[in-house]
Design a protein around this ligand. Structure first.
Ligand code: 5CA
Length: 439
C-alpha cells in the first residue's frame, strides 16, 4: 500500500532520446531506473519492486526443484580463477581490481570457481550428491557494447545455480530439473521462453540450452516452429523426484534454434511452419562435466571408494534483464502492461480531484478496503492534472485502475478500467470491490 504523494516515482513526460528500444524508454519514463554510468543503473522504487517480484518467483521455483539458496560475494580472489585456468582466458570482460595489499581480486562475472571452492571444502562423498547451490547476486561484465538499458548492462542481477553429480547420468538428471524449472519459472512470469540449443562460450561444456523469449528487438535472430506459440507445461505434471526426460524431450523435439545453430536444410520444418524473428536470452543452462572440478580438485569418493571429480552444470537467469524482457513482451503505445504476478501493485486508485470531499471519501474508503482485502494498492492522491494522472496510470502498467472523478463520484460511482484490454465501466464502489477481490 502506498500513497503517490509519498512515493518516489519520477515519471517523465518526454521520450528520452538515448533509449533505442521500447523497454528502455518505458523504464526511464516510468521512473524505474536511472543510469549511473554506461551499463550501470540505480533501481528506483517501482523498478526495484518489479525486480524483487521476479527474483522471488525465480527463488520459489529453484527451491521447488530442490536447489539450496546461498549468497556468494561479488568480489572474488584471483587465485580461484588461476586454479581453473580462466583468469587469463576471460579477457577484458572481467573487471580486475587489487586491494590495499595489492592482492589481485575481481568483480565476479559468474561463480563457477567460487562455488566449486565451497563444494570441495565440505563434500567428500557421493552420498551427499546430487547437490545444487544457487544464489541471486550482482555480476559485472565489462561488455564492449552495453546497450538497451538494463538488457545488456555491465552490472546486472543474475540467478546462478550450480549442480554437482557423481556421474554423467546423475548430472543429466540435475540438468533436466533445471530445464523443467525454467519452463515453469518463465511461464509464471507470463512469458513463453523457448529452449534452444546453444553455444557455450566462456562457460564451456558440451550441452547447453538458451531460453529465449520472442521479441523483435531481441539481440539474436531465431527460427522456431510455429507450434511453439502458446505452448505450456502444466505445473501439476511436474514431479521432481521422477525422471523428467520425457518432459525435456517434449520441449526439445519441436524445432527452435538461434542463427548460429540454425541449418535451413537440416531443420525439417516447412517454410510455412517456420517463424523467423528475434529473441531475448533470459536464461542459459550448461553441462560441462569436470571442466572446473578436475583442475580445482573437487573430487568425492564414489560407491567403491575411488576419488572421482564431480560432474557439474551451471544455470543462469537474467533477473534484471527480465524486467526489460517482460516489458518488450507486454506493452502498448500508452505504456507498460504488467502481467499480474510481477505487477508492482495490483490496483491503482486514481483520485482525479484531491480536495473534493466526495472524491476523497470514495478514494480513501476503496484504498483501505482493497488493502484490507489483501490487495497491494497505489493511491494517486497527487495534485497533477487529471489527464496527466490517467496517462501516468497507463504508463506504469498496473493491471487494474479505479478512477474517481467529481462527476461520477457525485452519482456514487467510480470508473473501473482494466489496463490490458482497455475496457472501462462505471460501477459502484461495492461492485468494484466485488470485481477486484471477488466474493
Ligand atoms: N555461469 C553461467 C550460468 S549460471 C552464466 O554466466 N551464464 S550466462 O553467461 O549465459 O548468463 C546467464 C544469464 O544472465 C543470461 O542468460 C542473461 O539472461 C543474463 N545476462 C548475461 N549477460 C548479461 C548482461 N550483460 N546484462 C544483463 N543480463 C545478462
Amino acid at each position: 500500500m502506498m500513497r503517490l504523494s509519498q512515493y518516489f516515482l519520477p515519471v517523465m513526460k518526454e521520450t528520452p532520446k538515448e533509449a533505442q528500444i521500447v523497454s528502455h524508454r518505458l523504464m526511464l519514463r516510468a521512473g524505474m531506473i536511472q543510469q549511473s554510468s554506461a551499463g550501470i543503473y540505480s533501481w528506483l522504487p517501482l523498478g526495484l519492486k518489479v525486480m524483487n517480484k521476479i527474483g522471488q518467483i525465480v527463488r520459489e521455483e529453484q527451491n521447488r526443484a530442490g536447489a539450496n539458496e546461498i549468497l556468494m560475494p561479488t568480489i572474488q580472489p584471483a587465485e580461484l580463477w588461476q586454479e581453473s585456468g580462466r583468469y587469463d582466458d576471460y579477457g577484458l570482460e572481467m573487471l580486475r581490481i587489487s586491494d590495499r595489499h595489492e592482492r589481485d581480486m575481481l568483480y565476479g562475472p559468474t561463480n563457477e570457481e567460487q562455488v566449486t571452492d565451497i563444494f570441495r571444502s565440505h563434500v567428500k562423498s557421493y552420498r551427499a550428491l546430487p547437490l545444487n547451490l544457487y544464489h541471486i547476486q550482482w555480476k559485472f561484465r565489462d561488455e564492449v557494447r552495453p546497450r538497451f538499458g538494463i538488457m545488456r548492462g555491465r552490472e546486472f542481477l543474475m540467478k546462478d545455480a550450480y549442480s554437482f553429480a557423481i556421474d554423467a547420468e546423475q548430472a543429466r538428471s540435475e540438468y533436466n530439473k533445471m530445464f523443467v524449472s525454467y519452463l515453469l519459472t518463465f511461464q509464471r512470469l507470463g512469458l513463453t521462453a523457448i529452449p534452444m540449443e546453444a553455444d557455450t562460450g566462456p562457460i564451456g561444456g558440451d550441452m547447453s540450452h538458451e531460453f529465449i523469449i520472442l521479441a523483435e528487438t531481441g539481440e539474436s535472430e531465431v527460427f522456431c516452429h510455429k507450434d511453439w506459440i502458446g505452448r505450456s507445461l502444466d505445473a501439476g505434471e511436474v514431479d521432481y523426484s521422477r525422471d523428467l526426460q520425457p518432459i525435456v524431450d517434449r520441449f526439445t523435439n519441436l524445432y527452435a534454434a538461434t542463427d548460429d545453430k540454425h541449418d535451413p536444410d537440416a531443420c525439417g520444418v516447412a517454410p510455412q511452419d517456420m517463424i523467423t524473428t528475434r529473441g531475448i536470452e533470459v536464461g542459459h543452462i550448461f553441462y560441462f562435466g569436470s571442466k572446473y572440478s578436475e583442475p580445482m580438485g573437487a573430487s568425492v569418493a564414489d560407491a567403491s571408494g575411488n576419488l572421482v571429480p564431480v560432474h557439474m552444470g551451471s544455470y543462469g537467469i537474467g533477473v534484471s534483464r527480465l524486467v526489460g524482457g517482460i516489458i518488450e513482451a507486454s506493452h502498448d503505445d500508452k505504456g507498460i502492461i504488467w502481467p499480474e504476478p510481477v505487477a508492482p501493485f495490483d490496483v491503482v486508485v486514481v483520485n482525479l480531484k484531491p480536495g473534493d470531499a466526495t472524491c476523497d471519501a470514495i478514494a480513501e474508503d476503496l484504498y483501505q478496503r482493497l488493502t484490507t482485502a489483501g490487495k497491494d494498492v497505489l493511491l494517486d492522491d497527487s495534485d497533477d492534472r487529471p489527464g496527466a494522472k490517467m496517462a501516468a496510470a497507463d504508463l506504469i502498467g498496473i493491471p487494474q485502475q479505479i478512477i474517481i472523478g467529481p462527476r461520477i463520484a457525485a452519482e456514487g460511482m467510480v470508473e473501473w478500467k482494466q489496463r490490458r484490454s482497455g475496457e472501462t465501466s462505471n460501477i459502484s464502489p461495492d461492485a468494484a470491490m466485488n470485481a477486484l477481490v471477488g466474493g
